[in-house]
Design a binder for this molecule. Sequence first.
Ligand code: HEC
Length: 139
Amino acid sequence: MGKKGIQFILGFVLAFGLGYLIYQGMGSEVAEVVEPQVTEPAPVSATTEPAATTAETEVLVQKGCLACHAVSGLGLDGGVTGPDLSQAYMNVADKHGVPLDEFLKAPTSAVMSSVLGSNPLTDEERQALIEALQKASGH
Ligand code: HEC
């Protein structure tokens, strides 16, 4: 590499370094201004709950779905009686002949029919489940 090349790289590194330092300086100024306003402590999740438990996934816990299903897409462990629900959002239509929404209203599987028959879902619960499973599937 010629002298020009080295000069170019040095110049680049210097410019970059300077820019970074200035940026850092600005960053700390901004942080000083913002910090005092952050008074609420970050919510500490209870250690007994799975890491991914949010309002969205709570319904899976509440309705007992995790007794038989894991949802690995959301980091939720569960029973192995039923399949992992991570891809249910995508594959229920193929596997059970109806879209997830319909399946959760009137399951075409005998097991789920009796699970939901004795403990039907409200519209909100069904919606929350669909959103959670959509998230789990990454779609
Ligand atoms: C008693 C155990 C049990 C519980 C509780 C249970 N399931 Fe299931 N579920 C199963 C079994 C077993 C299957 C597989 C049925 C089949 O393939 O015919 C299944 C299938 C499914 C499917 C289809 C997925 C697929 O890949 O075939 C969905 C979606 C589903 N369950 C959702 C739920 C939801 C939501 C809840 C909570 C409201 C729930 N299940 C609670 C046992 C259970």
